[in-house]
Design a protein around this ligand. Structure first.
Ligand code: GRF
Length: 210
């Protein structure tokens, strides 16, 4: 059984997609053991409570220094003893101490096709604003492993989504979630739970046939 800790910051629709997929059996052999939010008011915490999952808030505002927050986040994650940490709309730069403690065991969902529209400043609605500003006709979402560099680690899954005439950032964000994010993130977790994912020495991810 794969033990998963999920880190969130806001609405938690990706968390909900994971909860629903575990319940329906679309994600196999997996238990969500803890939800951690940096934001006490995140709707994601209510979603966790409704699903009977332990949810806690670890807010930078409760700590005098960033270092103290980083340690508290590490302790909260370590206490959950997860096999996998899923960043599902987690708007916090993951500290090096967490990456070191869970190397190769953290995945993130990014709402664009990496290496496009990613890195510093590309988060939340801004990603979709930049996509529309540039006028690309295809965007999408990416699930990748997390390393020290932002939106940089080995790519696990990607799915393309059409950009349409008259899209606003909000409309596009919703389409990327519906058509890509809520499908990709559960798929990625299930593949990992089945032991079908490996990363080669060049940092390329491979998926074994079932
Ligand atoms: C998603 O678009 C995710 O890719 C991005 O933030 C959003 C989070 O949405 N990083 P939610 O909290 O899962 O509803």
């Amino acid at each position: 059984m794969l033990s998963v800790a999920v880190c969130v910051s806001g609405g938690g629709t990706n968390l909900q997609a994971i909860i629903d997929a575990v319940e329906s059996g679309r994600i196999v052999n997996t238990k969500i053991v803890k939800v951690i939010s940096n934001n006490p008011n995140a709707r994601a915490l209510k979603r966790a409570a409704d699903a009977g999952i332990e949810g806690i808030c670890v807010s930078p505002r409760s700590y005098e220094t960033r270092e103290a927050f980083n340690q508290a986040l590490l302790e909260a994650l370590t206490a959950a003893e997860p096999d996998l940490i899923v960043l599902a709309g987690f708007m916090v730069a993951v500290p090096a101490c967490v990456i070191n403690a869970f190397r190769g065991r953290i995945i993130n969902i990014h709402p664009a096709l990496i290496p496009s529209f990613c890195g510093k400043g590309y988060y939340g609605l801004h990603v979709h604003e930049k996509v529309l500003e540039r006028g690309v006709k295809v965007t999408g979402a990416t699930v990748h492993f997390v390393d020290e560099d932002l939106d940089h680690g080995p790519i696990l899954l990607q799915k393309a989504v059409a950009v349409k005439e008259n899209d606003t950032p909000e409309i596009l964000q919703r389409r990327v979630m519906e058509e890509a994010e809520w499908i990709l993130l559960p798929s990625a977790i299930s593949l990992i739970a089945q032991g079908r994912v490996w990363i080669d020495e060049k940092g390329i991810t491979h998926i074994k046939e079932s």
